[in-house]
Design a protein around this ligand. Structure first.
Ligand SMILES: [Zn+2]
Length: 420
């Protein structure tokens, strides 16, 4: 919309504060991140090559590299012949033994933690399978804090320095305020999750929180399918069902940050009541418990993470034996999931549906029936069918995404996030 050329718009332009010239400290901070991210993108690169790609002078690059080495973010890998006549080059890389991010995932039937270094490599990973619905909020947070402390100790034992902790929770989160507004499947509402964990950890480390489906989708963006597609819906099946919507390589959060609550899309208005207070929601038909119950299996603590003997592994074994009841249970869930997803696909037109969480394990049995429903219900499917793929990170996407969030904050703002 163009503004009318009236005195009003003129005066408005005049009254705008002048954009301040970039301060030297801001320029330096920006350039520090620029160099660090270039090294992260290239894997290994010399100072001269860095100057070439960043268009900074060799002297500036040299000073910035010195600072990044001092902060422990970069290492010198030694010299390599550069294939041409002249001096061998010294190659720089991210320091995989320096700073790290800690990811925590509190889900309905497990708590997971992982430590990832600057290369996003997992250096510690632990999962406690436990039904958190049977414990009080305080006990779940105590247990989560103990798991984080175990991760901090494991990191320290390897000489890694945590730059922060990010927690993934199965509910709607006010990210800037660090508040979990509601997690229907845990029966939690209005939890100051960041403060609660910070107090328990007694640490000076920053703590961040976000929805598990968002962090799962971001995990895939940074470490999985993001290399191939920037337009996808990562749908994660646990006891609840969450979706992270990635549009043009960016997580779409919605105006208030609550986008992606696909588990509560209505599949049958006359269906069974849901923990959210509604009726006939998708997770009542396609959630982990619905699938297990339909297959005649127990529904408690079914995560495939960690433990060996869980009902979900039993389900996978039955599916491997072509058990009819198990196959019908998954087909029925795929049908409901397809109906819910078709609406979303018709509205958002993603390139790919990424099956995460327990759906990643069930993908061999989910993909075909899901594609059938999408072919029927998605208007453009005849011309451009939406792809359905299993997540690269599987059930670890959210906890990996949480740790990756901390790592990427360091890479984006090295001057702010770490001290030497
Ligand atoms: Zn619901």
């Amino acid at each position: 919309v163009s503004e009318p050329a009236t005195p009003l718009s003129l005066s408005r332009t005049k009254s705008l504060p002048r954009r301040p010239a970039a301060r030297p400290v801001d320029v330096r901070r920006h350039n520090l991140a620029l160099v660090l991210q270039q090294v992260a993108a290239e894997g290994a690169i010399s100072r001269a090559e860095l100057a070439g790609v960043t268009r900074l002078t060799k002297g500036t690059v040299s000073t910035l590299v010195q600072e990044l080495l001092r902060l422990g973010l970069l290492v010198e890998l030694g010299t390599q012949p550069d294939g041409r006549v002249g001096r061998p080059r010294t190659v720089l890389a991210l320091n995989g033994d320096g700073h790290c991010g800690i990811g925590l995932e509190i889900n309905v039937d497990y708590i997971a933690v992982c430590v990832a270094n600057l290369l996003h490599e997992v250096r510690f990973h632990r999962v406690d399978a436990i039904d958190n619905r049977s414990a009080s909020l305080g006990r779940v947070l105590d247990r989560s804090a103990r798991l984080v402390q175990a991760a901090v100790q494991a990191a320290a034992a390897e000489g890694l320095r945590p730059a922060g902790i990010a927690v993934a929770v199965p509910g709607t989160v006010d990210v800037p305020a660090g508040r979990l507004l509601v997690a229907p499947n845990l029966g939690w509402s209005d939890v100051r999750i960041v403060d609660e964990l910070s107090v328990r950890l007694g640490a000076a480390l920053p703590v961040l929180a976000d929805n598990d489906a968002n962090l799962g989708a971001l995990g895939e963006l940074w470490l999985g399918i993001g290399a191939e597609s920037g337009d996808y819906i990562h749908v994660s099946g646990e006891i609840g069902i969450g979706a992270g919507v990635v549009v043009d390589g960016t997580l779409f959060r919605g105006s208030r940050g609550f986008a992606g609550e696909i588990g509560h899309v209505v599949v049958d208005p006359d269906g069974p009541p849901c923990s959210c207070g509604g009726r006939g929601c998708l997770e009542r038909f396609a959630g982990q418990e619905a699938i297990l119950a339909a297959a005649g299996l127990p529904t408690t603590s079914a995560t495939t993470l960690g433990q060996v003997d869980t009902p979900l592994r039993e389900l996978l074994a039955l599916l491997g034996q072509r058990n009819r009841r198990a196959e019908a249970a998954v087909r029925s869930a795929a049908n409901a999931l397809g109906i819910g997803l078709a609406d979303v696909v018709n509205v958002l037109d993603p390139d790919t549906i990424v099956l995460g969480g327990t759906y990643a394990s069930l993908a061999p049995w989910l993909v075909d029936p899901l594609e059938d429903v999408l072919a029927r219900q998605v208007i453009a499917a005849a011309w451009r069918p939406v792809k359905v793929a299993a997540s690269a990170l599987g059930p670890d996407a959210a906890v990996r995404g949480a740790a990756g969030w901390i790592v990427n904050r360091v890479l984006a703002e090295p001057g702010l996030r770490v001290a030497a």
